[in-house]
Design a protein around this ligand. Structure first.
Ligand code: COA
Length: 404
C-alpha cells in the first residue's frame, strides 16, 4: 500500500487528521475547536497519513516536560491517534508511529508517553505500562476516616479565573514529587481543565472549583461535579471528583474530607488514582471503594542513552542492561546504569530486556522483579534484578492524573 506520512500543512488537513480518531468518539470538529486545539498541538506536531491526496489517519504529539525521578524531561505526549475504518490493518498506524518517533528523536525528546485505548496496540512500538491507576467508588456510609479528623483551614469556592491562578502551583508541587506528570501549559489549564463545555458533562452538572487554604495559603484544590438523583425519596446522587490535588498531608486530608461529606451524595467517585494514593490509608474501609486498577501512563524511551542518563538513581552497584529495540534500533546495546550515571558499555550484560520492559521500569512504577516474574526481563547475572531494583526504586508510584 502506498501512502505518505507527514505533518499537516493547513487547518483543513488538521481537521481531517484529528477526525480520524474524533469520528470514533462520535465527534465532529468545528473551526472553533480546531483553533482551540491548535494552541496546544500545532500543525507540525500533527502527523497525517495520506493516500492519493486523502487523509486516512492521524497521530499527534504534545510537546511536554514530563516529571521523572529526580527531574523532568522533554517528552512527546502522544495523542489523537486514529485510522479511518476504511484503512484499518494496512500498516497506517505503524507508518505513523515510525514518523512520530523519528520526529521526537530529531526534536531531542528522549521520551514518548501515551494512554492506550487498548493494551494490545503499543507494546510492539516499544511502549510499556509505566504506572497503574484506578477508580474508587465510595459509598457515602463507608467514607469515614480511620483516625479522628479535625478540620484545619478553610475551603471556599473559586471561579475559573481564580482557579487558573491558584491551581497550577499546587499541580506543580505534586509534580515535583511524582514522576509521570507533565507541565500543563496555560492554554491547557484554560481550555481543558477550567473550560467546561456542556457536551463533556456526561449527564452531570457543571464543574465546581474549590480551594483549601490555611492562613490564606493554598494547600489543595478540587474540581468536581454533582450528578443528582433520587429514588423512592432517597438520594442516589454522585459526587464525581474530576481532580483533587495536594502536595501536603493536611491539604489532602481536608480536601478529601470535604468531597466525601457533600450532602445528597450516595456515592463519591474518583478515577485515575494511583495505587499508593493517601486516600487508601486515610479511609477506615477502603475495601468498600472497590478499587479497580488498570494501566495508566505508557512510556517509551525514544533516546535510551539520554533518558537513562537523565533520571536519578539510588546508591548501589551498577548493572548492565542489554536492551533490544527492534523499532528504534539506535537504542540497542548494553547500558551501564548506576554510580550516578548511565552510559554505553562493552561490559557483559546483567539483564536482558526489550524496549517495552524498559519503558515500564523507567519511572519506577514497575519493578525488575515484577518484570522478571512475568518473563519480561531475563536475569543473566544472578542477583542483577535486585541490584537494578535497588537503583531504580522510587518512594512514590508514578502518577499521571489525566487522560490526554
Ligand atoms: C488502533 C488503530 C489506530 C490501529 O491502526 P491500524 O492502521 O489498523 O494499525 P496497523 O495496520 O498499522 O497495525 C500495526 C500492528 O498493530 C496491530 N494492531 C492494530 N490495532 C490493534 C488493536 N486494536 N489491537 C491489537 N492489535 C492491533 C496490527 O495487527 C499490526 O500488528 P503487527 O505488527 O503484528 O502486524 C485503529 O484501528 C484505530 O484508529 N482504532 C480506533 C481508535 C483507536 O483506538 N486509536 C488509538 C488511540 S490510543
Amino acid at each position: 500500500m502506498s501512502f505518505e506520512v507527514r505533518p499537516v500543512t493547513d487547518n483543513e488537513e488538521y481537521k481531517d487528521a484529528i477526525q480520524a480518531i474524533g469520528q470514533y468518539f462520535g465527534m465532529q470538529l468545528t473551526d472553533e475547536s480546531v483553533e482551540r486545539f491548535l494552541k496546544v498541538l500545532p500543525h507540525e506536531r500533527m502527523h497525517a497519513a495520506c493516500e492519493d491526496g486523502r487523509i486516512v489517519g492521524g497521530a499527534g504529539a504534545f510537546s511536554w516536560d514530563l516529571s521523572i525521578p529526580g527531574g523532568s524531561l522533554p517528552t512527546a505526549g502522544v495523542s489523537v491517534v486514529g485510522v479511518y475504518p476504511t484503512h484499518r490493518r494496512r500498516g497506517v498506524l505503524r507508518a505513523m508511529m515510525r514518523a512520530q518517533l523519528d520526529d521526537a528523536r530529531e526534536r531531542g525528546e528522549p521520551l514518548a508517553a501515551l494512554w492506550a485505548s487498548e493494551e494490545t496496540i503499543y507494546g510492539r512500538f516499544g511502549y510499556g505500562v509505566a504506572g497503574w491507576v484506578g477508580q474508587l467508588t465510595i459509598p457515602r456510609e463507608y467514607s469515614d476516616f480511620v483516625r479522628p479528623f479535625e478540620r484545619e483551614g478553610e475551603i471556599r469556592f473559586v471561579d475559573g479565573d481564580e482557579a487558573f491562578e491558584l491551581f497550577p502551583p499546587i499541580w506543580e508541587a505534586v509534580r515535583s514529587e511524582r514522576a509521570g506528570m507533565y507541565v500543563r501549559p496555560d492554554d491547557w489549564w484554560r481550555d481543558r481543565i477550567i473550560r467546561d463545555p456542556e457536551d463533556r458533562r456526561e449527564g452531570a452538572g457543571p464543574k465546581r472549583f474549590i480551594v483549601h487554604e490555611i492562613d490564606g495559603r493554598p494547600e489543595a484544590y478540587a474540581i468536581y461535579r454533582h450528578k443528582a438523583g433520587f429514588e423512592a425519596g432517597t438520594s442516589t446522587g454522585v459526587t464525581h471528583v474530576v481532580e483533587a490535588m495536594s502536595a501536603t498531608p493536611v491539604g489532602t486530608q481536608n480536601v478529601w474530607r470535604y468531597l466525601l461529606d457533600i450532602d445528597w451524595s450516595a456515592t463519591i467517585e474518583a478515577s485515575l488514582l494511583p495505587p499508593d494514593h493517601p486516600l487508601f490509608l486515610l479511609l477506615a474501609t477502603p475495601r468498600r471503594g472497590k478499587y479497580r486498577m488498570g494501566d495508566g501512563l505508557w512510556l517509551r524511551l525514544v533516546d535510551a542513552g539520554a533518558a537513562l542518563a537523565a533520571r536519578s538513581y539510588r546508591d548501589g552497584d551498577p548493572v548492565v542492561l542489554e536492551v533490544r529495540d527492534a523499532f528504534c534500533d539506535w537504542n540497542e546495546g548494553r547500558w551501564k546504569v548506576g554510580g550516578g550515571s548511565a552510559e554505553r558499555t562493552k561490559s557483559k550484560s546483567d539483564l536482558r530486556l526489550d524496549a517495552e520492559a524498559l519503558g515500564s521500569a523507567y519511572l519506577g512504577g514497575v519493578t525488575f522483579a515484577q518484570l522478571r516474574n512475568a518473563l519480561r526481563v531475563e536475569e543473566v547475572t544472578k542477583g542483577a534484578v535486585a541490584r537494578a531494583d535497588a537503583l531504580f526504586r522510587t518512594d512514590l508510584h508514578p502518577w499521571c492524573p489525566e487522560i490526554f
